[in-house]
Ligand binder design. Structure first.
Ligand code: ASP
Length: 476
Protein backbone atom coordinates (compact mmCIF):
# COMPACT_ATOMS: atom_id res chain seq x y z
CA UNK A 1 0.00 0.00 0.00
CA UNK A 2 1.26 3.46 -0.86
CA UNK A 3 1.45 5.98 1.91
CA UNK A 4 2.15 9.59 1.05
CA UNK A 5 3.34 10.51 4.51
CA UNK A 6 4.61 8.72 7.56
CA UNK A 7 2.54 9.47 10.64
CA UNK A 8 4.38 9.42 13.90
CA UNK A 9 3.92 6.17 15.67
CA UNK A 10 1.41 6.72 18.48
CA UNK A 11 3.26 4.19 20.60
CA UNK A 12 6.44 6.17 20.41
CA UNK A 13 5.37 8.74 22.98
CA UNK A 14 3.84 7.79 26.30
CA UNK A 15 1.74 10.41 28.02
CA UNK A 16 2.92 11.06 31.53
CA UNK A 17 -0.37 10.01 33.06
CA UNK A 18 0.02 6.59 31.39
CA UNK A 19 3.29 5.81 33.16
CA UNK A 20 1.44 4.38 36.19
CA UNK A 21 0.24 1.48 34.07
CA UNK A 22 3.62 0.85 32.43
CA UNK A 23 5.70 -0.36 35.35
CA UNK A 24 8.75 -2.28 34.11
CA UNK A 25 8.37 -0.96 30.56
CA UNK A 26 10.62 1.33 28.61
CA UNK A 27 8.84 4.55 27.67
CA UNK A 28 9.59 7.74 25.77
CA UNK A 29 8.21 10.88 27.38
CA UNK A 30 8.14 14.37 25.94
CA UNK A 31 7.39 17.52 27.88
CA UNK A 32 8.63 20.49 29.89
CA UNK A 33 11.10 20.47 32.77
CA UNK A 34 8.85 21.54 35.63
CA UNK A 35 11.62 21.34 38.21
CA UNK A 36 15.17 20.04 38.30
CA UNK A 37 17.13 19.14 41.43
CA UNK A 38 20.79 18.10 41.55
CA UNK A 39 21.49 15.54 44.27
CA UNK A 40 25.20 14.79 43.87
CA UNK A 41 25.43 12.09 41.26
CA UNK A 42 21.68 11.98 40.71
CA UNK A 43 19.52 14.47 38.84
CA UNK A 44 15.79 14.62 39.62
CA UNK A 45 13.46 16.06 37.03
CA UNK A 46 9.73 16.58 37.27
CA UNK A 47 8.66 16.31 33.66
CA UNK A 48 5.31 17.84 32.71
CA UNK A 49 3.03 17.36 29.73
CA UNK A 50 -0.66 18.06 29.18
CA UNK A 51 -1.60 14.99 31.23
CA UNK A 52 0.46 15.62 34.38
CA UNK A 53 3.90 15.42 35.95
CA UNK A 54 6.18 12.55 36.77
CA UNK A 55 9.49 12.28 38.57
CA UNK A 56 12.42 11.19 36.41
CA UNK A 57 15.78 10.23 37.88
CA UNK A 58 19.07 10.12 36.00
CA UNK A 59 22.73 9.48 36.73
CA UNK A 60 23.58 12.01 34.04
CA UNK A 61 24.59 15.52 35.20
CA UNK A 62 22.26 17.34 32.82
CA UNK A 63 24.03 20.58 33.70
CA UNK A 64 22.80 22.38 30.60
CA UNK A 65 19.16 21.60 31.36
CA UNK A 66 17.08 24.59 32.52
CA UNK A 67 13.54 24.66 33.88
CA UNK A 68 10.83 24.93 31.23
CA UNK A 69 13.14 23.45 28.60
CA UNK A 70 11.38 20.91 26.40
CA UNK A 71 12.93 17.46 26.38
CA UNK A 72 12.49 13.86 25.37
CA UNK A 73 13.33 11.22 27.93
CA UNK A 74 13.63 7.51 27.33
CA UNK A 75 13.69 5.39 30.44
CA UNK A 76 12.19 2.57 32.48
CA UNK A 77 9.12 3.07 34.64
CA UNK A 78 9.82 1.82 38.16
CA UNK A 79 7.47 1.27 41.07
CA UNK A 80 8.56 3.54 43.94
CA UNK A 81 9.29 1.91 47.27
CA UNK A 82 6.44 2.35 49.78
CA UNK A 83 8.14 5.12 51.77
CA UNK A 84 8.98 7.09 48.61
CA UNK A 85 5.38 7.25 47.31
CA UNK A 86 4.15 10.81 46.77
CA UNK A 87 0.41 10.79 47.50
CA UNK A 88 0.03 14.36 46.15
CA UNK A 89 0.37 13.52 42.46
CA UNK A 90 -1.40 10.86 40.39
CA UNK A 91 1.94 9.43 39.24
CA UNK A 92 3.31 9.39 42.80
CA UNK A 93 3.64 5.60 42.82
CA UNK A 94 6.19 5.52 40.01
CA UNK A 95 9.33 7.19 38.73
CA UNK A 96 11.21 6.98 35.49
CA UNK A 97 14.85 5.85 35.34
CA UNK A 98 16.39 8.01 32.65
CA UNK A 99 18.39 6.04 30.09
CA UNK A 100 18.71 8.70 27.49
CA UNK A 101 17.50 12.22 26.93
CA UNK A 102 17.40 14.92 24.24
CA UNK A 103 16.82 18.61 24.74
CA UNK A 104 14.29 19.63 22.09
CA UNK A 105 14.25 23.28 23.07
CA UNK A 106 16.36 24.95 25.70
CA UNK A 107 14.58 27.58 27.80
CA UNK A 108 16.25 30.85 28.80
CA UNK A 109 15.72 32.21 32.28
CA UNK A 110 11.99 32.80 32.65
CA UNK A 111 10.60 36.33 32.97
CA UNK A 112 7.83 35.02 35.25
CA UNK A 113 7.23 32.01 37.46
CA UNK A 114 4.46 29.53 36.77
CA UNK A 115 4.42 27.51 39.98
CA UNK A 116 1.84 29.78 41.66
CA UNK A 117 -1.68 30.85 40.65
CA UNK A 118 -0.12 33.95 39.08
CA UNK A 119 -2.38 36.53 40.71
CA UNK A 120 0.68 38.09 42.36
CA UNK A 121 2.33 38.86 39.00
CA UNK A 122 1.53 42.09 37.15
CA UNK A 123 -0.90 41.90 34.25
CA UNK A 124 1.66 43.51 31.99
CA UNK A 125 4.22 40.76 32.52
CA UNK A 126 1.65 37.97 32.41
CA UNK A 127 0.20 39.12 29.10
CA UNK A 128 3.53 40.03 27.51
CA UNK A 129 4.55 36.40 28.07
CA UNK A 130 1.05 34.92 27.97
CA UNK A 131 2.28 31.67 26.33
CA UNK A 132 4.34 31.02 29.46
CA UNK A 133 1.64 32.29 31.82
CA UNK A 134 -0.83 29.83 30.27
CA UNK A 135 1.39 26.91 31.33
CA UNK A 136 0.43 27.40 34.96
CA UNK A 137 -1.99 24.82 36.32
CA UNK A 138 -4.75 27.32 37.04
CA UNK A 139 -4.73 28.69 33.49
CA UNK A 140 -4.55 25.24 31.91
CA UNK A 141 -7.62 24.28 33.92
CA UNK A 142 -9.60 27.39 32.97
CA UNK A 143 -8.87 27.19 29.25
CA UNK A 144 -9.65 23.48 29.18
CA UNK A 145 -12.89 24.05 31.14
CA UNK A 146 -13.82 26.70 28.59
CA UNK A 147 -13.31 24.19 25.79
CA UNK A 148 -15.41 21.51 27.51
CA UNK A 149 -18.14 24.03 28.31
CA UNK A 150 -18.31 25.32 24.73
CA UNK A 151 -18.31 21.79 23.39
CA UNK A 152 -21.26 20.85 25.62
CA UNK A 153 -23.19 23.93 24.47
CA UNK A 154 -22.47 23.20 20.85
CA UNK A 155 -23.47 19.57 21.25
CA UNK A 156 -26.77 20.48 22.97
CA UNK A 157 -27.63 22.99 20.23
CA UNK A 158 -26.77 20.69 17.34
CA UNK A 159 -28.96 18.01 18.96
CA UNK A 160 -31.77 20.55 19.03
CA UNK A 161 -31.42 21.08 15.29
CA UNK A 162 -29.53 24.41 15.42
CA UNK A 163 -27.26 25.24 12.49
CA UNK A 164 -23.81 26.71 13.20
CA UNK A 165 -23.36 29.65 10.81
CA UNK A 166 -20.63 32.28 10.64
CA UNK A 167 -21.39 35.91 9.89
CA UNK A 168 -19.05 38.65 8.62
CA UNK A 169 -16.47 40.40 10.76
CA UNK A 170 -16.05 43.21 8.25
CA UNK A 171 -19.54 44.60 8.57
CA UNK A 172 -21.62 47.71 9.03
CA UNK A 173 -22.33 49.57 12.24
CA UNK A 174 -24.78 47.44 14.21
CA UNK A 175 -26.55 49.77 16.67
CA UNK A 176 -25.67 47.84 19.77
CA UNK A 177 -25.33 51.00 21.80
CA UNK A 178 -21.53 51.15 21.95
CA UNK A 179 -18.84 52.82 19.87
CA UNK A 180 -17.76 50.94 16.73
CA UNK A 181 -14.31 49.81 15.71
CA UNK A 182 -13.82 51.08 12.19
CA UNK A 183 -11.76 49.48 9.43
CA UNK A 184 -10.82 51.70 6.50
CA UNK A 185 -11.51 50.41 3.02
CA UNK A 186 -8.63 50.49 0.52
CA UNK A 187 -10.87 49.94 -2.49
CA UNK A 188 -13.19 52.75 -1.50
CA UNK A 189 -11.02 55.32 0.21
CA UNK A 190 -12.86 57.39 2.79
CA UNK A 191 -15.32 54.54 3.50
CA UNK A 192 -15.21 52.21 6.48
CA UNK A 193 -16.34 48.83 7.65
CA UNK A 194 -17.36 48.44 11.28
CA UNK A 195 -16.44 45.37 13.32
CA UNK A 196 -19.69 43.83 14.59
CA UNK A 197 -20.78 44.69 18.12
CA UNK A 198 -22.86 41.53 17.71
CA UNK A 199 -24.24 39.52 14.76
CA UNK A 200 -27.72 40.85 15.58
CA UNK A 201 -28.83 41.83 12.10
CA UNK A 202 -27.17 38.95 10.27
CA UNK A 203 -28.78 36.40 12.58
CA UNK A 204 -32.17 37.95 11.95
CA UNK A 205 -31.48 37.81 8.20
CA UNK A 206 -30.67 34.10 8.64
CA UNK A 207 -34.21 33.67 9.95
CA UNK A 208 -35.44 35.42 6.82
CA UNK A 209 -33.22 32.96 4.93
CA UNK A 210 -35.18 30.02 6.35
CA UNK A 211 -32.68 28.37 8.71
CA UNK A 212 -35.15 28.61 11.64
CA UNK A 213 -32.52 27.78 14.26
CA UNK A 214 -29.08 29.43 14.15
CA UNK A 215 -26.18 29.60 16.58
CA UNK A 216 -22.60 30.79 16.54
CA UNK A 217 -19.82 31.40 19.01
CA UNK A 218 -19.48 34.97 17.84
CA UNK A 219 -16.68 37.40 18.50
CA UNK A 220 -18.05 40.86 19.26
CA UNK A 221 -16.18 44.16 19.27
CA UNK A 222 -17.17 47.19 21.29
CA UNK A 223 -15.02 50.28 21.66
CA UNK A 224 -16.10 50.97 25.23
CA UNK A 225 -14.10 52.41 28.07
CA UNK A 226 -11.93 49.60 29.36
CA UNK A 227 -12.46 48.11 32.77
CA UNK A 228 -10.03 46.01 34.70
CA UNK A 229 -12.03 42.88 33.96
CA UNK A 230 -12.68 43.25 30.25
CA UNK A 231 -11.18 44.25 26.92
CA UNK A 232 -12.53 45.42 23.58
CA UNK A 233 -13.57 42.03 22.27
CA UNK A 234 -15.52 39.20 23.78
CA UNK A 235 -17.34 36.03 22.80
CA UNK A 236 -21.07 35.46 22.77
CA UNK A 237 -23.01 32.29 22.24
CA UNK A 238 -25.40 33.89 19.81
CA UNK A 239 -28.62 32.19 18.77
CA UNK A 240 -31.88 32.92 16.99
CA UNK A 241 -35.05 30.89 16.42
CA UNK A 242 -38.11 31.26 14.18
CA UNK A 243 -41.80 30.58 14.91
CA UNK A 244 -41.31 30.70 18.66
CA UNK A 245 -42.48 32.52 21.77
CA UNK A 246 -40.38 34.18 24.45
CA UNK A 247 -40.88 31.10 26.63
CA UNK A 248 -39.58 28.79 23.89
CA UNK A 249 -36.29 30.68 23.72
CA UNK A 250 -35.98 30.76 27.49
CA UNK A 251 -36.69 27.01 27.81
CA UNK A 252 -34.18 26.15 25.08
CA UNK A 253 -31.46 28.33 26.60
CA UNK A 254 -32.15 27.04 30.09
CA UNK A 255 -31.70 23.49 28.90
CA UNK A 256 -28.45 24.26 27.04
CA UNK A 257 -27.04 26.17 30.03
CA UNK A 258 -27.98 23.44 32.53
CA UNK A 259 -26.41 20.70 30.42
CA UNK A 260 -23.19 22.56 29.81
CA UNK A 261 -22.83 23.77 33.40
CA UNK A 262 -23.20 20.15 34.55
CA UNK A 263 -20.68 19.02 31.92
CA UNK A 264 -17.99 20.98 33.77
CA UNK A 265 -19.15 19.96 37.24
CA UNK A 266 -21.08 23.12 38.12
CA UNK A 267 -23.75 22.93 40.85
CA UNK A 268 -27.10 24.61 40.17
CA UNK A 269 -29.29 26.17 42.84
CA UNK A 270 -32.43 25.59 40.79
CA UNK A 271 -33.29 23.12 38.05
CA UNK A 272 -35.91 25.63 36.86
CA UNK A 273 -34.57 29.15 36.67
CA UNK A 274 -36.96 31.56 38.45
CA UNK A 275 -38.52 34.28 36.27
CA UNK A 276 -38.65 37.71 37.87
CA UNK A 277 -40.34 40.86 36.68
CA UNK A 278 -37.96 43.79 36.17
CA UNK A 279 -39.98 46.01 38.50
CA UNK A 280 -40.08 43.33 41.21
CA UNK A 281 -36.32 42.87 40.91
CA UNK A 282 -35.78 46.61 41.30
CA UNK A 283 -38.02 46.70 44.38
CA UNK A 284 -36.56 43.58 45.96
CA UNK A 285 -32.88 43.86 45.05
CA UNK A 286 -32.53 47.47 43.89
CA UNK A 287 -30.99 46.17 40.64
CA UNK A 288 -31.84 44.04 37.62
CA UNK A 289 -28.90 41.75 38.41
CA UNK A 290 -28.94 40.04 41.77
CA UNK A 291 -27.48 37.18 43.73
CA UNK A 292 -30.07 34.81 45.19
CA UNK A 293 -27.60 32.57 47.01
CA UNK A 294 -27.25 32.08 50.75
CA UNK A 295 -23.80 32.56 52.29
CA UNK A 296 -23.45 28.78 52.49
CA UNK A 297 -24.31 28.39 48.82
CA UNK A 298 -21.77 31.06 47.93
CA UNK A 299 -19.09 29.15 49.82
CA UNK A 300 -20.01 25.96 48.00
CA UNK A 301 -19.76 27.71 44.64
CA UNK A 302 -23.42 27.08 43.78
CA UNK A 303 -24.71 28.85 40.64
CA UNK A 304 -28.03 30.64 40.89
CA UNK A 305 -29.55 31.54 37.52
CA UNK A 306 -32.68 33.64 37.07
CA UNK A 307 -34.55 35.30 34.22
CA UNK A 308 -35.58 38.94 34.31
CA UNK A 309 -38.42 40.02 32.00
CA UNK A 310 -40.70 42.95 31.28
CA UNK A 311 -38.09 45.69 30.99
CA UNK A 312 -39.03 49.15 29.76
CA UNK A 313 -38.32 49.41 26.02
CA UNK A 314 -37.04 52.99 26.11
CA UNK A 315 -35.08 55.21 28.45
CA UNK A 316 -34.03 58.82 28.45
CA UNK A 317 -30.69 59.46 26.71
CA UNK A 318 -27.69 59.87 28.97
CA UNK A 319 -26.09 63.02 27.53
CA UNK A 320 -22.65 61.87 28.61
CA UNK A 321 -22.89 58.72 26.50
CA UNK A 322 -21.90 59.46 22.89
CA UNK A 323 -23.56 56.34 21.47
CA UNK A 324 -26.83 57.09 23.28
CA UNK A 325 -26.81 60.66 22.02
CA UNK A 326 -26.19 59.35 18.48
CA UNK A 327 -28.99 56.76 18.64
CA UNK A 328 -31.55 58.71 20.65
CA UNK A 329 -31.98 61.90 18.67
CA UNK A 330 -35.37 62.58 20.31
CA UNK A 331 -34.03 62.20 23.81
CA UNK A 332 -35.29 58.59 23.95
CA UNK A 333 -33.15 55.55 23.24
CA UNK A 334 -33.62 51.79 23.60
CA UNK A 335 -32.75 50.10 26.89
CA UNK A 336 -31.50 46.86 25.29
CA UNK A 337 -32.00 46.35 21.58
CA UNK A 338 -33.72 48.45 18.92
CA UNK A 339 -34.68 45.30 17.00
CA UNK A 340 -36.84 43.97 19.84
CA UNK A 341 -40.62 43.82 19.67
CA UNK A 342 -42.69 45.28 22.47
CA UNK A 343 -45.00 42.91 24.33
CA UNK A 344 -48.09 42.42 22.12
CA UNK A 345 -50.30 44.54 24.43
CA UNK A 346 -48.02 47.54 23.83
CA UNK A 347 -47.68 47.32 20.03
CA UNK A 348 -50.31 50.01 19.51
CA UNK A 349 -48.50 52.41 21.84
CA UNK A 350 -45.27 51.90 19.94
CA UNK A 351 -46.93 52.34 16.55
CA UNK A 352 -48.59 55.55 17.71
CA UNK A 353 -45.58 56.75 19.73
CA UNK A 354 -47.67 57.00 22.90
CA UNK A 355 -46.88 56.13 26.54
CA UNK A 356 -43.25 55.73 25.53
CA UNK A 357 -42.01 55.39 29.07
CA UNK A 358 -44.49 52.59 29.77
CA UNK A 359 -43.85 50.48 26.67
CA UNK A 360 -42.54 47.09 27.80
CA UNK A 361 -40.10 45.13 25.63
CA UNK A 362 -40.10 41.36 25.11
CA UNK A 363 -36.48 41.40 26.36
CA UNK A 364 -35.34 38.63 28.73
CA UNK A 365 -32.06 38.83 30.59
CA UNK A 366 -30.29 35.86 32.15
CA UNK A 367 -28.67 36.65 35.48
CA UNK A 368 -26.24 34.46 37.41
CA UNK A 369 -24.84 35.16 40.87
CA UNK A 370 -25.45 38.89 40.61
CA UNK A 371 -24.10 39.26 37.06
CA UNK A 372 -25.83 39.62 33.73
CA UNK A 373 -24.79 36.64 31.59
CA UNK A 374 -27.15 36.97 28.66
CA UNK A 375 -29.97 38.81 27.04
CA UNK A 376 -32.29 38.60 24.08
CA UNK A 377 -35.77 39.27 22.84
CA UNK A 378 -38.53 38.54 20.41
CA UNK A 379 -37.88 40.78 17.42
CA UNK A 380 -39.96 43.26 15.50
CA UNK A 381 -40.32 41.25 12.26
CA UNK A 382 -42.86 43.56 10.64
CA UNK A 383 -41.36 46.70 9.10
CA UNK A 384 -43.85 49.10 10.70
CA UNK A 385 -42.81 48.05 14.20
CA UNK A 386 -39.08 48.60 13.57
CA UNK A 387 -39.89 51.91 11.86
CA UNK A 388 -41.92 52.96 14.89
CA UNK A 389 -38.98 52.23 17.23
CA UNK A 390 -36.73 54.46 15.12
CA UNK A 391 -39.43 57.16 15.04
CA UNK A 392 -39.56 57.15 18.83
CA UNK A 393 -35.78 57.64 18.86
CA UNK A 394 -36.20 60.69 16.62
CA UNK A 395 -35.07 59.25 13.29
CA UNK A 396 -36.60 60.71 10.14
CA UNK A 397 -37.82 58.13 7.59
CA UNK A 398 -34.70 58.85 5.52
CA UNK A 399 -32.40 58.35 8.49
CA UNK A 400 -34.18 55.11 9.35
CA UNK A 401 -33.74 53.91 5.77
CA UNK A 402 -30.05 54.78 5.85
CA UNK A 403 -29.57 52.88 9.10
CA UNK A 404 -31.76 49.79 8.77
CA UNK A 405 -33.28 50.02 5.29
CA UNK A 406 -31.88 46.57 4.46
CA UNK A 407 -33.71 45.07 7.46
CA UNK A 408 -36.97 46.78 6.54
CA UNK A 409 -36.54 45.44 3.02
CA UNK A 410 -35.94 41.89 4.31
CA UNK A 411 -39.05 42.17 6.48
CA UNK A 412 -40.98 42.76 3.27
CA UNK A 413 -39.83 39.51 1.67
CA UNK A 414 -41.17 36.83 3.99
CA UNK A 415 -39.44 37.02 7.36
CA UNK A 416 -40.93 34.70 9.99
CA UNK A 417 -41.60 35.81 13.56
CA UNK A 418 -38.38 35.20 15.45
CA UNK A 419 -36.36 35.87 18.55
CA UNK A 420 -33.09 34.93 20.14
CA UNK A 421 -30.50 35.60 22.73
CA UNK A 422 -26.77 36.07 23.26
CA UNK A 423 -24.93 34.64 26.24
CA UNK A 424 -21.70 36.16 27.49
CA UNK A 425 -19.72 32.97 27.56
CA UNK A 426 -16.45 34.51 28.80
CA UNK A 427 -18.36 35.67 31.87
CA UNK A 428 -20.01 32.26 32.33
CA UNK A 429 -16.63 30.53 32.25
CA UNK A 430 -15.31 33.06 34.79
CA UNK A 431 -18.22 32.26 37.12
CA UNK A 432 -17.75 28.52 36.63
CA UNK A 433 -14.05 28.68 37.42
CA UNK A 434 -14.40 31.09 40.33
CA UNK A 435 -12.57 33.92 38.57
CA UNK A 436 -13.60 37.56 38.90
CA UNK A 437 -12.14 38.76 35.59
CA UNK A 438 -13.16 37.47 32.18
CA UNK A 439 -9.56 38.03 31.06
CA UNK A 440 -8.61 34.91 33.01
CA UNK A 441 -10.87 32.89 30.71
CA UNK A 442 -9.43 34.18 27.42
CA UNK A 443 -6.20 32.73 26.05
CA UNK A 444 -4.89 36.04 24.73
CA UNK A 445 -6.83 38.90 26.31
CA UNK A 446 -6.15 42.59 26.05
CA UNK A 447 -4.39 44.54 28.77
CA UNK A 448 -6.24 47.18 30.81
CA UNK A 449 -4.64 49.80 28.57
CA UNK A 450 -5.97 48.16 25.41
CA UNK A 451 -2.77 46.47 24.23
CA UNK A 452 -2.80 42.99 22.77
CA UNK A 453 -1.21 40.02 24.51
CA UNK A 454 2.33 39.16 23.39
CA UNK A 455 2.15 41.19 20.19
CA UNK A 456 2.52 44.91 20.20
CA UNK A 457 -0.79 46.33 18.98
CA UNK A 458 -2.10 48.89 18.44
CA UNK A 459 1.01 50.01 16.63
CA UNK A 460 1.96 52.57 14.03
CA UNK A 461 1.78 51.57 10.37
CA UNK A 462 3.93 52.61 7.44
CA UNK A 463 3.00 55.88 5.77
CA UNK A 464 2.66 53.94 2.50
CA UNK A 465 -0.13 51.87 4.10
CA UNK A 466 -1.92 55.02 5.20
CA UNK A 467 -1.55 56.53 1.73
CA UNK A 468 -3.13 53.43 0.16
CA UNK A 469 -6.10 53.89 2.46
CA UNK A 470 -6.36 57.58 1.74
CA UNK A 471 -5.74 58.36 5.40
CA UNK A 472 -3.45 60.67 7.29
CA UNK A 473 -2.91 60.79 11.02
CA UNK A 474 -3.45 64.09 12.77
CA UNK A 475 -0.59 64.84 15.12
CA UNK A 476 -1.68 66.67 18.29
N1 ASP B 1 -27.51 41.18 20.08
C1 ASP B 1 -27.85 41.30 21.47
C2 ASP B 1 -26.60 41.70 22.27
O1 ASP B 1 -25.49 41.47 21.82
C3 ASP B 1 -28.37 40.05 22.04
C4 ASP B 1 -29.65 39.58 21.43
O2 ASP B 1 -30.68 40.29 21.57
O3 ASP B 1 -29.68 38.49 20.86
O4 ASP B 1 -26.70 42.19 23.35
Amino acid sequence: MLCRFTPRNDDMRTLIQQTVSKIGEEVTLEGWVDTKRDHGKLTFIDLRDKSGKVQCVGFQKMGELTTESVMRITGFVKQRPERMINPNIPTGTVEVDVQDYTILNKASELPLQIGTDGHEISEEVRLRYRYIDLRRERMQKIIRTRSTFFHAMREALVEKDFVDIETPILAKSTMEGARDFLVPSRFQPGKFYALPQSPQQYKQLLMSAGFEKYFQFARCFRDEDLRADRGFEFTQLDLEMSFITREDVMTTVEDVVKRSVKAVGGKLQNENFPVIDYRDAMTKYGADKFDMRSEEEKEKGVLAFAWVINFPFFKKVDKKDAAEVRDGKSGWTFTHNPFSAPIPEHEEWLLKGEHIEEITTTQYDLVCNGLEVGGGSIRAHRPELLEATYRVMGYTPDQTQASVGHMLEAFGFGTPPHGGIALGVDRLVAILTGESSIKETIAFPMTSTGRTSVMDAPSEVASSQLRELGLSVMKE
